[in-house]
Design a protein around this ligand. Structure first.
Ligand code: DAT
Ligand code: MG
Length: 149
């Protein structure tokens, strides 16, 4: 089953949106398989955002992600990588559609509340970067027959 990595950024934690974010993915029908509130080291932040290391916003992004605790999560479900990104909305909260997390709760690109893996391969790498195998729990939701044909 497909998995993705989601991370509620320090602004989402500070704004008490942890429950609201988790609620949306639970209600959708996705399965939570890993969850932890944690401080992010500079090393982890730089590795996570390595693809952006030459961008002008890289320094500020690393500062922001290491500025307070984040909630790191792994979720599972059919087509979850693309679907989770749709639920998150566009990178800039001002252009993100209402009904998305960023569209409903964000105002600026540098405080856009949540990260989601952008492809299945990226998800695999990000899950391995943020979680050890023993921190993940594979389980079969009893309602699965009501979610999948
Ligand atoms: P996304 O988080 O939607 O995948 P991204 O991978 O392009 O977006 O960028 C990672 C994060 O970097 C993004 O969530 C917020 C920040 N960021 C991106 N573009 C930015 C910009 N032009 N100015 C400031 N921060 C930016
Ligand atoms: Mg990205």
């Amino acid at each position: 089953m497909e998995r993705t990595f989601l991370m509620i950024k320090p602004d989402g934690v500070q704004r008490s949106l942890v429950g609201e974010v988790i609620r949306r993915y639970e209600a959708k029908g996705f399965t939570l398989v890993g969850l932890k509130l944690m401080a992010v080291s500079r090393e982890l932040a730089e590795k996570h955002y390595d693809v952006h290391k030459d961008k002008p916003f890289f320094g500020g992004l690393v500062e922001f992600i290491t500025s307070g605790p984040v909630v790191a999560m792994v979720w599972e479900g059919e087509g979850i990588v693309a679907s989770a990104r749709k639920i998150i909305g566009a990178t800039n909260p001002l252009t993100a559609e209402p009904g998305t997390i960023r569209g409903d709760y964000g105002v600026t690109i540098g405080r856009n509340l949540i990260h989601g893996s952008d492809a299945v391969e990226t998800a695999r790498n990000e899950i391995a970067l943020w979680f050890s195998e023993d921190e993940l729990a594979a389980w079969e939701p009893t309602m699965k027959g009501w979610l999948y044909e």
